[in-house]
Design a protein around this ligand. Structure first.
Ligand code: SAH
Ligand code: SF4
Ligand code: F3S
Length: 455
């Protein structure tokens, strides 16, 4: 039987789309936007890859393991594509995201059954690419950084992704940290205009969204075009967003210590809708390593920044990213990171073994640290960070916190939401409180979540 191309496949009422997302929140946002782009063409999302006419992998290139996953997943998708073909259905496989951007041509060599390769700045062309792919044989690749901004071509979301939504306000990075691929995969730093962000935020709230997390690789470097040719920073944008009726909570991630302006710190003090949580990656506590990383600040600069934040907002919860085993990291350098963590105390954190990435300066260094050393440093660091997270959570026991409920839990009658400090909190109730913010007394601290009861 001749294969029917997904675009012209009328054997099912709608065309099915399956999308797998790895990486940061910006990829989650991008995946939702790809769904928005394909919905008008009749695509609906299926949780089963076997049923999908179009399979999209939205990939992450940040560490080598993230990249390896793409090729092993592609092997699985190839089998699905072959099986579907035996049953008379063709399947289109697209690889999007940061691996596509960095290694698009290698993917096509290693996995020639991939039909479409598109980067984080070209995914607005996906509908056109799917159509083109239906008309010709061979693969299509779009990874040149375009002059136009993809945001000008994305349709409005027609279905809210839940009560809590991501909104990308800034893309790309010009900082070129020694270890990082993001400037190469996402391109130069660019802020979206204020009005476009306000329109998108209001639209999300009309669809029922109660919490918006503003996203950017360096979100606090935001400098978007405001009214009458003015330039707005993140604090001013958040102040304006906080006036949207029904928008209960605003968050932002990821911030760079160098771009943490006083106005943003003051916004934490002044705006109740701005949640008391800052994810401010420091990466290392050693000045020598911070310099080698090209981070542009010292560990004392970071400590002073945290002091200032705590002076303005004493109950603020802090979070960070750490890399252990950057080239040249000695035992005293690592101990300086441990000391910084002990001094500051984080509510939660992400920590990683340094992973050499193609094209980055650190990958060329001769002073690479052995895997066993990186393993043991990461273990020590994570034990400390886990302790601190547990301590932070335990401090909230018997306190009453407002919780925004977002989804059902695994157990019957259980619903789950987030505290202002981004802690997962679950309660058991007969009421349907999804989308509502309610006061909850915290009764118990579990490993990574809290349980409580309605006040
Ligand atoms: N823009 C953010 C981080 C983006 S990448 C910032 O500047 O902080 C997310 C995290 O991945 C980084 O904070 C870093 O901790 C980690 N990371 C990036 N490149 C890495 C690498 N080569 N090896 C290990 N971790 C890495
Ligand atoms: Fe990567 Fe550094 Fe840019 Fe963050 S600031 S995205 S770590 S280059
Ligand atoms: Fe990964 Fe790209 Fe985000 S490399 S972390 S998906 S910007």
């Amino acid at each position: 039987m001749a294969a029917i191309h997904p675009v012209f496949n009328h054997s099912t009422p709608t065309r099915q789309l399956h999308i797998i997302t790895w990486g940061c929140q910006m990829n989650v946002y991008d995946s939702n936007r790809m769904i928005d782009l394909l919905r008008p063409l009749g695509y609906s999302v299926t949780p089963k890859a076997e049923n999908a006419d179009v399979l999209i992998l939205n990939t992450c290139h940040i560490r080598d393991k993230a990249t390896e996953k793409v090729f092993s997943e592609l092997g699985r998708l190839k089998l699905i594509k072959e099986l579907r073909l035996q049953n008379g259905y063709s399947t289109l496989i697209a690889v999007a995201g940061c691996v596509a951007q960095a290694e698009g041509k290698i993917i096509l060599e290693r996995a020639p059954y991939v039909d479409i390769i598109l980067g984080p700045q070209t995914y607005h062309k996906l509908p056109k690419m799917i159509l083109e792919s239906s008309k010709k044989s061979g693969n299509i690749i779009e990874i040149d950084f375009p002059v136009e901004s993809k945001f000008d071509f994305l349709p409005s979301t027609s279905e809210a992704p839940g009560q809590s939504a991501f909104l990308t306000i800034q893309e790309g990075c010009d900082k070129f940290c020694s270890y990082c691929v993001v400037p190469y995969t996402r391109g130069a730093e660019e802020s979206r205009p204020v009005q476009a962000i306000l329109d998108e935020a209001k639209h999300l709230c009309q669809l029922g969204v109660k919490e918006i997390t503003l996203l950017g690789q360096n979100v606090n470097a935001y400098h978007g075009e405001g009214p009458q040719g003015s330039t707005w920073n993140l604090a001013k944008l958040i102040e304006k967003l906080s006036l949207i009726p029904n928008l209960l909570r605003i968050r932002y991630t990821t911030s760079h210590p160098k771009d943490m302006e006083d106005s943003l710190i003051e916004a934490h003090r002044d705006l109740p809708t701005l949640m008391p949580f800052v994810h401010l990656p420091v990466q290392s506590g050693s000045d020598k390593i911070l310099k080698a990383m090209n981070r542009g600040h010292t560990s004392d600069d970071y400590r002073r920044l945290i002091d200032k934040l705590k002076r303005h907002k004493p109950d603020i919860a802090l979070s960070s990213d750490f890399i252990v085993g950057h080239p040249g990291e000695s035992v005293p350098d690592f101990q300086a990171t441990i000391k910084l963590i002990e001094d500051i105390k984080f509510a939660q954190s992400f920590s990683f073994k340094y992973s050499p990435r193609p094209g980055t300066t650190a990958a060329l260094s001769k002073n690479q640290i052995s895997e066993t050393e990186k393993d043991s440093r990461l273990k020590e660091l994570q034990a400390l960070l886990n302790d601190q997270q547990t301590q932070f959570n335990q401090q909230t026991i018997h306190k009453t916190l407002p919780v925004l409920f977002t989804h059902r839990g695994r157990k019957p009658k259980q619903i789950v939401g987030k505290s202002p400090f981004l802690q997962a909190v679950h309660i058991t109730t007969d009421q349907n409180l999804i989308g509502q913010e309610k006061n909850v007394r915290i009764d118990e601290c579990l490993t990574f979540s809290l349980s409580g009861s309605l006040v």
